[in-house]
Design a protein around this ligand. Sequence first.
Ligand code: KIV
Length: 287
Amino acid sequence: MAFSPLQVLSDAKTRGEQVAVVSLYDAPTAEICCEAGVDCILVGDSMGNAMLGYDDFLSVTMEDVLRHTAAVARGVKQSRRPEVPVVGDLPFGSYVSPEQAARNGANLIRAGAHGVKLEGAGPSALAAVRTLVEMGAPIVGHLGFKPQSSLRYSSVVQGKTAGAASRLLQEARELEAAGCIALVLEAVTSEVARRITEELSIPTIGIGAGAGCVGQVLVWHDLVGLTTPRKKPFRFVKRYADSRALFSEAARSFADEVHSGAFPTEEHGWNLPETELEEWRAREDGR
Ligand code: KIV
């Protein structure tokens, strides 16, 4: 009998512990993060910006998320911590009707996700949450800055007025009542995120929502410094490594060595045994 690996999130809230979540998209990175002690992995639609080269938050398709969720699930299984839960993100336009949400959510679970995330608390998002919960799928909500609605915003930070703060709190209550097992709060003022975390019984995972949440999530490419320098990172990003510089150096060394003939050397290839070589030469050259 398999129980939800996502229980780690609510257990953390009960115990007053913090959880680290990373949004990532491939098997080797999943393996690295599991073995490094990350508690939960999100296969977010941020893959569009971080990895697929899109400049918007809307171009990622269900096929993209399914392919990368399956890859991440394989990486987790092959790691030394195969119990780490994976949450798959429903991309823009993939949960407009409850039927569509049910079909796409089920496919994410079949691809290896232990839970499904979707954005918003409007009527169709709430209907999608209820349908998926009724199907038995653990659902993670997403409030505050919702990248899939970014065309409607004039600023990133959400919950900056008393009215906006009350609306966010009410949306959080509605998502909990609809059956969400956790909530992502993105670019939400710290006071509002803390109040939501205190009032709800489900855990909150913050990104730019202050230290009052149960967990924190960052996008892998941001945290290791792989994100293109053409894009100004959001204020909530903390870069823990400069892998762009590291990878550039490796690529430059490879190109230089190929151009100069320094790579490959004998040790990177194979030779015919001497006797076979002689026989082959005799055969080909008629000697
Ligand atoms: O798509 C994503 O990676 C996300 C996280 C940043 C929360 O939604």
